[in-house]
Design a protein around this ligand. Structure first.
Ligand code: ZN
Length: 339
């Protein structure tokens, strides 16, 4: 279980928040931003639990009745708002936005005393899903928050929120986690060390993604195939054979494009910082040579070619032709820098 101590690795801000909760002087609205998998929901839940803790200082204590109810997800004074899970009986199930009716329900709940007599927390997950009407309604309560009521919003796309809503919140931005930390988390969760390291390397700093990938056998199998097909001793004469082998795997095209982009990104990081902590051992010698010699424009060119392939694929261009073009681009670019 990830706790405040872990989030302190993200910078001083988190420690300050924890102290302010203990001292009862936390701001009434926090907007937690950051890319997918950086722990926005986990942090919002932690803050909400800490607000419910009955202990003095060093919250959450983990043992009081408030902490126990929070941990079970059943604290009556924590309200979670998210799209598709209606809070108001007026809201249809499965909606792709958070409608104003849900926020009206939040306002109604906030007009009552908290059940436990302490704080109340309203967690709004992926707040960019709030409709404009819902945001305007939320704004009113953010401007005049009821006592002891805290709003915790999360969003990977804060730019989609009204500026007026954003400006009412203290923003906390989570950054991608470092590889060694993710590796430790995976190992602590029982994943073997080799797989933990591999997953940490391809996770883009997302604990969520790393956890998902360790148990995704199809991903590792596809990754092995993609590296084999695109990077291992490939000559132009192999291209037709490979593309014809892949032509019936259009259903896996998104995974293939993701893996290719990730591979280019890994080689690029190595190019920018050769002595850094970048593992490119899965690539054969000639691609390591490419990573040492090629100019940055080569890497951009490869990334662009994958983006073009994605677009063509969306327009139903023949999949085998798309793969052929990609193989030509990758092989051609590598051959240029083999000196
Ligand atoms: Zn407690």
């Amino acid at each position: 279980m990830i706790g405040f101590e872990d989030f302190r690795r993200q910078g001083e801000e988190i420690g300050k928040i924890q102290n302010q909760i203990s001292e009862g002087r936390l701001v009434h609205a926090i907007l937690i931003t950051g890319e997918s998998g950086t722990g926005k929901k986990t942090l919002a839940t932690l803050i909400a639990s800490a607000l419910m803790c009955r202990a003095e200082g060093g919250v959450p204590c983990g043992t009081c009745s408030g902490c126990r109810m929070s941990a079970s997800g059943e604290h009556p004074d924590i309200t979670v708002v998210r799209k598709g899970v209606p809070l108001s009986s007026e809201t249809a199930k499965g909606r792709t936005s958070i409608p104003v009716d849900d926020i009206r329900e939040v306002i109604r709940l906030c007009s009552r005393h908290p059940y436990e007599g302490g704080n109340r927390a309203v967690v709004i997950l992926d707040a960019e899903n709030l409709t404009v009407q819902a945001q305007n309604s939320l704004l009113k309560i953010l401007e005049e928050p009821p006592p002891d009521t805290y709003f915790l919003l999360t969003s990977a796309h804060p730019e989609q929120l009204l500026i007026t809503v954003r400006s009412r919140c203290r923003q906390v931005k989570l950054i991608p986690w470092d590889i060694s930390y993710i590796r430790n988390i995976l190992e602590a969760a029982g994943t073997d060390p080799e797989k933990s390291l591999k997953a940490a390397y391809v996770s883009d700093g997302s604990i969520g993604k790393a956890l998902r990938l360790v148990s995704d056998d199809l991903y590792w199998q596809t990754r092995e195939e993609v590296i084999n097909d695109f990077f291992r001793n490939r000559q132009r004469s192999d291209i037709l054979k490979i593309s014809s082998g892949l032509k019936d795997k259009k259903s896996e095209s998104d995974v293939l494009f993701d893996i290719l982009e990730d591979c280019v990104h890994k080689l690029l990081l190595y190019r920018i910082e050769p002595g850094g902590n970048h593992d490119i051992s899965e690539f054969p010698a000639e691609w390591k040579q490419f990573a040492r010699n090629a100019p940055l424009s080569s890497f951009t060119g490869l990334t662009d070619s994958v983006r073009d392939a994605r677009r063509q694929n969306a327009f139903n261009v023949n999949y085998q032709a798309i793969i052929e073009q990609l193989l030509l681009t990758f092989t051609g670019e590598k051959d240029k820098w083999l000196q």
